[in-house]
Write a protein of this length. Structure first.
Ligand SMILES: Cc1cc2nc3c(=O)[nH]c(=O)nc-3n(C[C@H](O)[C@H](O)[C@H](O)COP(=O)(O)OP(=O)(O)OC[C@H]3O[C@@H](n4cnc5c(N)ncnc54)[C@H](O)[C@@H]3O)c2cc1C
Length: 67
């Protein structure tokens, strides 16, 4: 049996900003979610690592804090 034999409600392709947030919200709504990404976990991307005000507010709304 492969690890993909288990059924899920939703498969999200892309595990970065949009995909991770979408998967989190779907899981919080009670769905079983599979997140797929072609990159390995922890793979970084080009970024200035700046978090905009709107992003900070959204994280707070989701109950996530910046450590
Ligand atoms: C140089 C640079 C600097 C930036 N600096 C900032 C910053 O400081 N602050 C900020 O807020 N934003 C910044 N951004 C913008 C930010 O990177 C993007 O807005 C954000 O990454 C978009 O997230 P996303 O999840 O939509 O897409 P992405 O981050 O592109 O993630 C998409 C994911 O989907 C995966 N994927 C795609 N196709 C497939 C497939 N067919 N199968 C499997 N997996 C797949 C990819 O591997 C990737 O992990 C910057 C962008 C650039 C280019």
């Amino acid at each position: 049996m492969s690890s993909f034999d288990r059924s899920v409600d939703v498969a999200v392709v892309g595990a970065r900003a949009a995909g991770a947030a979408t998967a989190m919200l779907l899981a919080k709504a009670g769905l079983s979610v599979l997140v797929l990404d072609r990159d390995r976990p922890g793979t970084d991307t080009l970024s200035t690592h700046a978090l905009m005000r709107g992003g900070v507010r959204q994280l707070h709304r989701w109950g996530l804090s910046i450590g």
